[in-house]
Design a protein around this ligand. Sequence first.
Ligand SMILES: [Zn+2]
Length: 104
Amino acid sequence: MHREYKDCEIVFDLLPLYLDGKTNSESNAYVTAHLKSCENCRQTFSFMQKDFGEFSVKQSVSPVKKRGKISRTKLLLICVLGLYIFGLAGFIVWFFCATALPVL
Ligand SMILES: [Zn+2]
């Protein structure tokens, strides 16, 4: 029982790093194994996950927020690209008209 408590302390120390994905593979395996066997730490972990959700790499806490951000950037890119292509097409038409007219 005492040994388990010590494990919990170590895992508790490692959890923030574990969430950030900054632990090495050995620590990762240790934390994962402990989380499987310890209900207490699992609860602490899920609680931390909610707190760290925004910064966590692999957790699917905010996929909607992320998607919204991407689509807004995409929309802006499409607008700029569309305007650019439209302007370029207009310029090409104008260029051919302007250069073709005197010849005809
Ligand atoms: Zn524990």
